[in-house]
Ligand binder design. Structure first.
Ligand SMILES: Cc1cc2nc3c(=O)[nH]c(=O)nc-3n(C[C@H](O)[C@H](O)[C@H](O)COP(=O)(O)OP(=O)(O)OC[C@H]3O[C@@H](n4cnc5c(N)ncnc54)[C@H](O)[C@@H]3O)c2cc1C
Length: 522
C-alpha cells in the first residue's frame, strides 16, 4: 500500500507493479484529474497557490524572517508537487549523497545513487553520455527559451572566471550552464504522465484518488491498515504486506504524528495517543531560502506573449503543435557558487529569470515595465525547521516552521553571494541591462541594509526535505525504526539538503526504494 500519489508515490506504483508478482493500492487525497494547466509549461503560474491543486499550507511565524509567514505550496493531486513544480531538473552534487553515506547509511553514496538517477531519466543528443540515463521514463532537455540575455549573462560570467558546465547533471561543479527541464515535446514530463499513467492498465495496480488517509493503525509493532476519509465515508483498508508512506515532507511526518508515532511532547500537546516514541519525526526540516536581485529591462518575450490575443494564439500553438513560448520553461541558466573556497561543492545556486514574475495578461494597457533577475538560493543551509501535528483531527493542517535563515551563518552566506553577484553584474557588457536595479536597490550597501533586505524579502524555493530523516526516523532501508511493515519513501527521508532543485533526487530516492523493496521481497 502506497499512501500519497505524488512524485515518489507514482515512481513506486509503477516499479512495484512492473514484474506482475505484487499487487499495489495507491491512495491519494487529491484529485485524479490531469488539468491542462499541469501539462503545459507556462501553466505553472496558475498552479502554485491554487486551492484546487494544493494543500494551501502557510508557515508559522518564521524566526529568521522577523515573524513573517510564508506560503508553502504543495501539490494535492495525482502527481503531487511534481505536477505543479517548475520542472528544473538538477541532480545535485556527488558530495551531497556521499554525506548521506557518511552518516552511516549504506547504499546511499553518490556511486549508489548514480544508477537510480540513470533509471529515472531519458536524455539524448548533446546531453547523452555514460553518466546519463537514456531509457528512463522522465525525458530531460535543455532550456528552449530564446532571449539574448541568456548568452550575454553566461559570457559575462565566463569572462570573470566562472567555468562553463556543458551538463551539470553529468558533472556537477561550480560554474554556469544552460538549465535542464523535464519537458518533453512541449509538455510537462512528470511522474504522473511518465510513471503512473503507463501503469494504469496493469491489473495489479489500484489507484484511489480522493482518499485522504487519516491514520495508520499499528498493532503489536506491525503497521496493519489505514483509516481513510473518502467524502463522508470513513474506510478501513488493510495492507497485506507493507505500507509505504509517500505523503511528502509535510504530509509524511504529520501522518506519523496522527498515528501516534513521534516525539512524546508533540503527541501529548496534540492530544494523540502514543503508539511508538520517535523523537526525530517532524524535526530536521531543511529548505532552500532565496532572494532576488532584479534589474529593469526592455519588455521581454513574456511581456510580449501576455497580450491576450497573442496568448490565445500561442496557447493554441502549444496545444496543437507542442511548440512556441507557452511550452518554454520559466528559467534559462543556472550558476553554482561556493561561498568559501574550502567547501567541497557549491552551496549557492543562482537561477537566471528573464521576466518579472508578477506580470499578468493584458490587452490594451501593457504593464508599465519588465525586469530580469537572479534568484539566489542557499542550497546547503544550516538552518532547520519542523513539522508538528497540533490536533488529533487529520483535517487540521500541521504547524510548519521552515526555519529558513534562523541560523546567522546562512544569512551571512546569502549576503556574501548577493554582494559577489551584484559586483559581477557591474560590467560594460551588461550596462544596458543593469541601468536600474530594482531589488535590493542601488542605495543599499551596509551590512545592516543587506540583512534587512534578506530577512525582509527571503522566501523558500519550495524544496523542503528531511522531516523523516534516514538515520533518525527510518533506517537505510527506509523502514520506520522499531516498527514492522512501515516504510517512508519521499523527500522527507533525505537527511541532508541536496544542492539544487530536489525533484530529480526525490525520483531517484523512490527508484532506489523500489529496487530495495523488490529485492527484499525476493
Ligand atoms: C511550486 C513548486 C515548484 C517547484 N519547483 C521545482 C523545480 O523546478 N525543480 C525541482 O527539482 N523541484 C521543484 N519543486 C520541488 C519538488 O516538486 C518536490 O520536492 C517533490 O515533488 C516532492 O515529492 P514527494 O513525493 O516528496 O511529495 P509530493 O510530490 O508533494 O507528494 C505527496 C503526495 O501525497 C499526498 N498526500 C499527502 N497527505 C496525504 C494523506 N494524508 N492521504 C493521502 N494522500 C496524501 C499529496 O496530495 C501528494 O500528492 C517544486 C515544488 C513546488 C511545490
Amino acid at each position: 500500500m502506497i499512501v500519497g500519489g505524488g512524485s515518489a508515490g507514482c515512481v513506486l506504483a509503477n516499479r512495484l507493479t512492473q514484474c506482475g508478482r505484487y499487487s499495489v493500492i495507491l491512495l491519494e487525497a487529491g484529485s485524479g484529474r490531469r488539468p491542462v494547466m499541469t501539462q503545459i509549461p507556462l501553466g505553472v503560474g496558475r498552479l502554485w497557490n491554487n486551492p484546487q491543486y494544493g494543500w494551501g499550507y502557510r508557515s508559522a511565524p518564521e524566526p529568521g524572517l522577523r515573524g513573517r509567514q510564508l506560503e508553502l505550496p504543495r501539490g494535492r493531486l495525482l502527481g503531487g508537487s511534481g505536477a505543479i513544480n517548475a520542472m528544473n531538473f538538477v541532480r545535485g552534487a556527488a558530495a551531497d549523497f556521499d554525506a548521506w553515506h557518511a552518516l552511516g547509511l549504506p547504499g546511499w553514496s553518490s556511486r549508489d545513487m548514480a544508477a537510480s538517477f540513470r533509471a529515472v531519466e531519458r536524455v539524448s543528443g548533446a546531453l547523452a553520455g555514460p553518466h546519463r540515463g537514456d531509457s528512463g521514463p522522465i525525458e530531460v532537455n535543455e532550456t528552449t527559451v530564446q532571449d539574448p540575455l541568456i548568452d550575454i549573462w553566461i559570457s559575462v560570467l565566463k569572462a570573470q572566471g566562472h567555468a562553463y558546465i556543458p551538463d551539470y547533471n553529468a558533472e556537477f561543479s561550480a560554474g554556469v550552464g544552460r538549465a535542464q527541464f523535464n519537458i518533453a515535446r512541449g509538455r510537462r514530463c512528470d511522474p504522473r504522465s511518465a510513471y503512473l499513467d503507463p501503469a494504469l492498465r496493469r491489473r495489479n495496480l489500484t489507484v484511489l484518488s480522493g482518499h485522504h488517509v487519516a491514520r495508520i493503525a499499528v498493532s503489536q509493532g506491525q503497521a496493519s491498515h489505514v483509516i481513510v476519509r473518502h467524502g463522508l465515508a470513513t474506510l478501513r483498508i488493510v495492507a497485506r504486506r507493507e505500507i509505504i508512506l509517500s505523503a511528502g515532507t509535510f504530509g509524511s511526518p504529520h501522518l506519523l504524528h496522527l498515528s501516534g508515532i513521534g516525539p512524546g511532547t508533540v503527541l501529548k500537546a496534540a492530544g494523540i495517543e502514543p503508539v511508538a516514541f520517535n523523537d526525530g519525526v517532524g524535526r530536521n526540516l531543511w529548505e532552500h531560502p532565496r532572494v532576488a536581485i532584479e534589474f529593469r529591462r526592455p519588455p521581454s518575450y513574456m511581456h510580449h506573449l501576455l497580450r491576450w490575443d497573442r496568448l490565445v494564439l500561442r496557447l493554441m500553438q502549444a496545444l496543437a503543435l507542442r511548440s512556441g513560448p507557452v511550452t518554454w520553461p520559466l528559467a534559462a541558466a543556472h550558476l553554482f557558487l561556493k561561498t568559501s573556497p574550502e567547501r567541497i561543492s557549491p552551496d549557492v545556486q543562482v537561477l537566471l529569470r528573464l521576466f518579472d514574475p508578477s506580470l499578468q495578461p493584458w490587452l490594451l494597457h501593457p504593464p508599465a515595465g519588465d525586469r530580469w533577475g537572479m534568484v539566489v538560493c542557499l542550497v546547503q543551509p544550516d538552518s532547520r525547521g519542523r513539522v508538528q501535528a497540533v490536533s488529533d483531527d487529520p483535517m487540521k493542517a500541521p504547524k510548519i516552521t521552515t526555519g529558513i535563515l534562523s541560523n546567522a551563518v546562512d544569512v551571512a552566506r546569502l549576503i556574501g553571494a548577493c554582494r559577489e553577484l551584484r559586483q559581477a553584474m557591474d560590467t560594460p557588457e551588461l550596462a544596458q541591462w543593469t541601468r536600474e536595479e530594482v531589488t535590493p536597490g542601488a542605495g543599499l550597501s551596509s551590512e545592516a541594509d543587506w540583512e534587512n533586505f534578506v530577512r525582509d524579502t527571503a522566501d523558500t524555493i519550495f524544496h523542503p526535505g528531511g522531516s523523516c530523516a534516514m538515520g533518525a526516523v527510518v533506517d537505510h532501508r527506509l523502514m520506520v525504526h522499531g516498527l514492522s511493515g512501515l516504510r517512508v519513501a519521499d523527500a522527507s527521508v533525505m537527511p541532508l539538503p541536496v544542492s539544487g532543485n530536489i525533484h530529480a533526487a526525490v525520483l531517484a530516492v523512490a527508484e532506489k526504494a523500489a529496487t530495495m523493496i523488490l529485492s527484499a521481497a525476493g
